[in-house]
Ligand binder design. Sequence first.
Ligand SMILES: Cc1cc2nc3c(=O)[nH]c(=O)nc-3n(C[C@H](O)[C@H](O)[C@H](O)COP(=O)(O)O)c2cc1C
Length: 143
Amino acid sequence: MKKATIIFGSTTGNTEIVADQIAENMPGYTVEVVYVTDAKDDAAVQAADLVVYGCSTMGLGELQEDFIPYYENRMTPALLKGKNVAVFGLGDKENYEDYFCWAADILAKKVQACGANLVCDPLKVDGEPDDNRAAVAAWAQAL
Ligand SMILES: Cc1cc2nc3c(=O)[nH]c(=O)nc-3n(C[C@H](O)[C@H](O)[C@H](O)COP(=O)(O)O)c2cc1C
């Protein structure tokens, strides 16, 4: 069985719900789901065949705050070069149309700049997780 590690940041819990939905839809993998501030070392990323990063967009087009230190200090070529990585994000197109799910794009750019292999387009979840279950499941099953 391959190993996947999902690392996510969430302010009101929506990204956590989606992280768990993704984990439930990866039958070929043993999945570890880790809150970003609980990722104290890089062992779970180093051991993973696939890393999945998830983050909501807050402020105006900014990363969710708990994810910022990880983004700035831990997402490095030393860790991610050659690694298979997927990215997902939560956002709100109605209220933040000009900044919709920017966090997902910020993370995607960063992993590519680190030399990782972005395995698919970022998943962008608009609104409530429960309204997006089918799209989340389909994205996860294709990983
Ligand atoms: C203060 C605030 C700012 C937000 N800014 C954005 C934004 O710039 N772009 C976007 O797509 N969504 C934005 N959102 C919507 C959130 O990303 C969305 O509610 C998401 O589901 C929250 O996920 P979380 O509970 O995992 O943090 C914002 C929400 C709040 C409360």
